[in-house]
Design a protein around this ligand. Sequence first.
Ligand SMILES: CC(C)(COP(=O)(O)OP(=O)(O)OC[C@H]1O[C@@H](n2cnc3c(N)ncnc32)[C@H](O)[C@@H]1OP(=O)(O)O)[C@@H](O)C(=O)NCCC(=O)NCCS
Length: 199
Amino acid sequence: MARPYRIRQYPLDSGALEIQFIEEFFGEFDRKKTAPEIRARLAGREHAILMVEAELPEEPGHWAPVSYRVAHELRREETAPKLADLVRRLEGKVRFAGQRVLYAWLGGTRSDWRGQGHFRALSESLEEWAAEQGFREIVVKTKNRYYEMRGTLTHLHFDVIHHEAHPLHVGESKVYLSKRLGAARRRPRRLAFDRYQTV
Ligand SMILES: CC(C)(COP(=O)(O)OP(=O)(O)OC[C@H]1O[C@@H](n2cnc3c(N)ncnc32)[C@H](O)[C@@H]1OP(=O)(O)O)[C@@H](O)C(=O)NCCC(=O)NCCS
């Protein structure tokens, strides 16, 4: 079968630069992450920066990222204020003792490449990587108003584990979801996965 797409796992420095580029050009969200922020968050903790690359129809021969997923380990003992706050909010919802927890921090697909299974392929790759590293649960946070992401996480079998209502705007309410990675819960890859070469 032809493999028109690539899945690439990036090292930290070049990955942080790519993500900065992606967030600037196809993340439609409020606070775009910069390379220094990404490096500061990921350095010193186990992490994965995964991207789907495709040959752009407007630039034959030029491969560019069209979908990305960034995840890192989350420990109960986090001291960085944002992560310590996240762990506090997850208390009683996620078990940190005796298992490794992965936090799926950033991700998206370029708007003109959505609905083609690229985010699913990345998510399945991430889950395989995570299981190999001994992670047992993936946690993700989103907001009510991110309907595409919520629908997608449902399709990827994430369970809602916590909801924090926003006092004024329901769309700003936070939704926390999780997926456990036990071997029994892993499903075989879809045939569509054969479209990707891993580089
Ligand atoms: C959410 C997003 C990443 C999905 O990317 P994508 O590459 O289009 O997703 P895929 O095509 O791989 O779809 C994965 C699954 O989700 C489903 N899905 C995709 N978009 C969906 C939507 N808008 N509503 C419901 N389900 C959706 C697909 O049907 C597919 O399920 P299946 O494999 O069981 O058929 C993309 O729409 C996006 O980047 N949105 C903006 C990012 C965002 O919302 N960020 C919020 C910050 S948390």
